[in-house]
Design a binder for this molecule. Structure first.
Ligand code: IDP
Length: 164
């Protein structure tokens, strides 16, 4: 019920986004621009190279999939940008901005989506976005070490508060 109270006062939602290694060199700035243009606040931002352990734990739901080791290799292959995005209905809106997992499908069904525009293939697909609120909170906690319950730590223009 504590969560309901927080939702009442702070109806915005958080989701976890990751700019994956394949998009960091060429598309990062454009993606960040699209995120801001889409009305998301960037509540947390961290550029990092994921360790193997971290990537394996992050994607543990997929550990039995045939592509698991490729996925972990890829996620550790260079820097990623981890982002906590804040907006009303952020989880669903960010999934919709990204488009489907497979960019080939994205180009057909969601040609304006970020994966349709930037992703290389179903593995190297540019971006991550949480699939539901529970996953979002769990993965934010895992990668940032705290659960963010409000956007009070943002400055008024939605930038990171340098003191937080
Ligand atoms: P999502 O990222 O769109 O939620 P998931 O099914 O959760 O998609 O898969 C997680 C990640 O695993 C994908 O973003 C992609 O990088 C990779 N992946 C998913 N399906 C395949 C596949 O069939 N082959 C190779 N990689 C895949």
């Amino acid at each position: 019920e504590a969560e309901e109270e927080i939702d009442f006062f702070f109806p915005k939602q958080q989701t976890l986004a990751i700019i994956k290694p394949d998009s960091m060199d060429e598309h990062r700035e454009e993606i960040l621009g699209e995120i801001r243009a889409g009305g998301f606040s960037i509540s947390r931002l961290k550029e990092t190279v994921l360790s193997r352990d971290t990537a394996e734990e992050f994607y543990r739901e997929h550990r039995d999939k045939p592509f698991f080791s490729q996925l972990v290799d890829f996620m550790c292959s260079g820097p990623c940008m981890l982002l906590v995005l804040t907006k009303e209905n952020a989880v669903e809106e960010w999934r919709s901005m990204m488009g489907p997992t497979d960019p080939g499908l994205a180009q057909v069904t969601a040609p304006g989506s970020l994966r349709a525009r930037f992703a290389l293939d179903i593995l190297h697909n540019s971006l991550h976005g949480s699939s539901n609120q529970e996953h979002a909170q769990e993965k934010i906690h895992f990668l940032f070490g705290d659960i963010i319950t409000s956007d009070r730590d943002l400055t008024s223009n939605g930038e990171l508060d340098p003191t937080s």
